[in-house]
Each structure stands twice: as structure tokens, then as C-alpha cells.
Design a protein around this ligand. Structure first.
Ligand code: TXA
Ligand code: MG
Length: 314
């Protein structure tokens, strides 16, 4: 697999492939995305196939500018306020599809809603402008596994199924965007992220946080088992048992790796997926024990991903 670094030339090549209906993995500030032209149904079907993603789980549509949303969705006042406050950035907004929306119905998994976001990454934005059309881009990993924060992670998981991977180095945020549903009277967080409920409430007032109903997830990304490494995960560990890797936070003693020795949640978020992958080694360990992460601010999103990683597998 060819994994060129991001340059003006490789981004232009990626844009050509995308316009022709191909699949290109590219960096965003959160995780690498597996991009395809959102307006080409066949391409979107290939994304689902490459990831092994269940057809009921809709995709986020990425835009280069807030004004691109006008064609796609019914944008209300809350959308305008939030996009102005947080875009480009790791906040995905779920809106009603507009009549005549050019995005394939497959990105919406048959619903009348569409999720949109403007990524805060130079490579992603240049690529979007080069294509000139919105790009559907789920995280560039096999469905149910840990999201990729390095180009090498994408290559390991999907390398033989896609046309190009553009290497833009490590993703600085490291956790997927927060997903906020704006289709109801009360805005609802479907997936927590580094933009927190408090940040959002400061801009639009009262919001709700989706409670888990594993039988009928509102956002299919909320399936209880997700983001799972191959080894079992044990949470709230203070010491590693024999054979376990210990993923520390702050002052954890004898950690195999530490998410943030200084106890910084932003740093821990950026390191989480790469460290889970590094420790996911059946040759060396029997399980991954993870130290307690404070459940405040960004820690809420980190704990959300860890709880899904630790949930019983399907
Ligand atoms: O940070 C991110 O969001 C990354 C980068 C590449 O942008 N993308 C990402 O995509 O994490 P994905 O497909 O792995 O997760 C998308 C989440 C899923 O939980 C999905 O169910 C939810 O967004 N979603 C997408 N469209 C939706 C819709 N119309 N209604 C409700 N949830 C939706
Ligand atoms: Mg994903």
C-alpha cells in the first residue's frame, strides 16, 4: 500500500481519486477518516463494505465550509450558533435532510437525518476543497475496533481495501467528534467528545445526554461493545495482575504505558487509541488493565470509549 505524506500533490491526487468514486483515508484533528464522495451511492456502499459496517449505522458528512450545509440539511438557529462557536472542530451536528439533498441516502442509513461536521485539519480541508463536494468519512478502521490516530493504523486495518492513505502524522485530538442531535426540541448528545456538554450548553442552553438503551441505540455508534482491542479490558485498575499490561494515568505506579504522567486529560485523549493498540499484544499480555480516569470534562468522553472497549463482545 502506498502511504504518501500529505503534500499539495498527494492531496490533489486524493481529490482526483475521490471525484472518480474511489476511497481515500485522510487525517482529521480527531482520528483518520475513510473518505468517499457523499453524493455517489456506489462509493458509500464501498465504505460500508470496506469497514464491515452494519448498514443501519449512518455516516458523518464532512464539509469545507459552514455554507456547504445549506444544500444538505435544514439548518436552524442552534446550528448556526454552534457552527460559529465550534467549527472547524470536533463537533458533529445531526440535522434533518433537506428536500433534494445531494448526499446518498446510504449516508443516512435510511433515516431522514444527516450528520455534518467541518474538521479542523489542514489536510482534510484542502482535500474537501479539492473535491468540491461533501465527503462521507467514518473512522478508518474495521467496524467495532479501535479508531486510527496514525496512518499506519489505517494501513494495518484497511490497507488492502482502499485506494490511498494520506499520511498527515498523528491526529492531535485523538478521540472522535462529539455527536449532537439537533432534530428534536431538546438537543441531545449521542456521543461525548472533547467539546463537552458544558461547552455546548453555554452556547445553546439546555441539552440532554442520551441514556443507553443497548436494545435500541439512538446513535448506532452507541452499541455497547465498540472501540474494542482484541485483548480483554479491565477498568479502574490500581495495579496490573500477572500477565496484564497496565495503562496508567497520572501517578500510577509501574504502568506499562501512561496516558499522561502529569494527569492531563487532553494529553490522555490524544494517547488513548495509540496506547490501546500498542498494548493489544497477545504475545506479551493476557489483558489490558486501565487506571481510573477522572469522569469530568474530557474524561467523560475517555471513559465512554473505555467502557465500550471493556463491554462484553458480541
Ligand atoms: O471524529 C469523527 O467524527 C470521525 C472523523 C473521521 O470525522 N468520524 C467518525 O465517524 O467517528 P464514525 O462513522 O466512526 O462515527 C459516526 C458516529 C456514529 O456513532 C454514527 O452512528 C453517528 O455518528 N451518526 C452518523 N450519522 C448519524 C445520524 N444521521 N443520526 C444519528 N447518529 C449519526
Ligand atoms: Mg468509528
Amino acid at each position: 500500500m502506498n502511504i504518501p505524506s500529505a503534500t499539495a500533490e498527494t492531496i490533489a491526487e486524493g481529490a482526483r481519486i475521490l471525484r472518480a468514486g474511489g476511497l481515500v483515508a485522510f487525517p482529521t484533528e480527531t482520528v483518520y477518516g475513510l473518505g468517499g464522495d457523499a453524493t455517489q451511492g456506489k462509493t458509500i456502499a464501498r465504505i460500508f463494505e470496506a469497514k464491515g459496517r452494519p448498514a443501519f449505522n449512518p455516516l458523518i458528512v464532512h464539509v469545507a465550509d459552514r455554507c456547504w450545509v445549506a444544500d444538505l440539511a435544514e439548518a436552524d438557529d442552534r446550528f448556526e450558533k454552534l457552527a460559529r462557536a465550534f467549527w472547524p472542530g470536533p463537533l458533529t451536528l445531526v440535522l434533518r435532510r433537506r428536500a433534494g439533498c445531494p448526499a446518498s441516502n446510504l449516508v443516512s442509513a435510511g433515516h431522514d437525518t444527516i450528520a455534518v461536521r467541518m474538521p479542523d485539519h489542514r489536510v482534510a480541508l484542502e482535500l474537501l476543497r479539492g473535491v468540491g463536494r461533501p465527503l462521507a468519512a467514518p473512522s478508518a478502521n474495521a467496524s467495532g475496533t479501535v479508531s486510527p490516530t496514525l496512518a499506519a493504523h489505517v494501513a494495518a486495518s484497511l490497507g488492502d481495501r482502499i485506494d490511498l492513505i494520506i499520511d498527515g502524522g498523528p491526529c492531535p485530538v485523538g478521540l472522535e467528534s462529539a455527536v449532537l442531535d439537533l432534530t428534536q426540541t431538546t438537543a441531545m448528545i449521542l456521543r461525548p467528545g472533547v467539546i463537552t456538554a458544558e461547552d455546548i450548553a453555554r452556547v445553546i442552553g439546555r441539552i440532554d445526554i442520551a441514556r443507553e438503551d443497548p436494545a435500541a441505540p439512538k446513535s448506532p455508534g452507541q452499541l455497547a461493545s465498540h472501540y474494542a482491542p482484541s485483548l480483554p479490558i479491565r477498568l479502574n485498575a490500581t495495579i496490573g495482575a500477572a500477565g496484564e499490561a497496565l495503562l496508567g494515568f497520572g501517578a500510577t505506579a509501574r504502568a506499562t504505558l501512561n496516558l499522561s504522567p502529569g494527569g492531563d486529560l487532553k494529553e490522555a485523549a490524544a494517547n488513548l487509541f495509540a496506547m490501546l493498540r500498542a498494548l493489544d499484544d497477545r504475545g506479551k499480555f493476557t489483558a489490558i488493565a486501565v487506571a481510573t480516569i477522572p469522569a469530568t470534562g474530557i474524561g467523560i468522553a475517555i471513559n465512554d470509549r473505555l467502557e465500550r472497549a471493556a463491554a462484553p463482545r458480541l
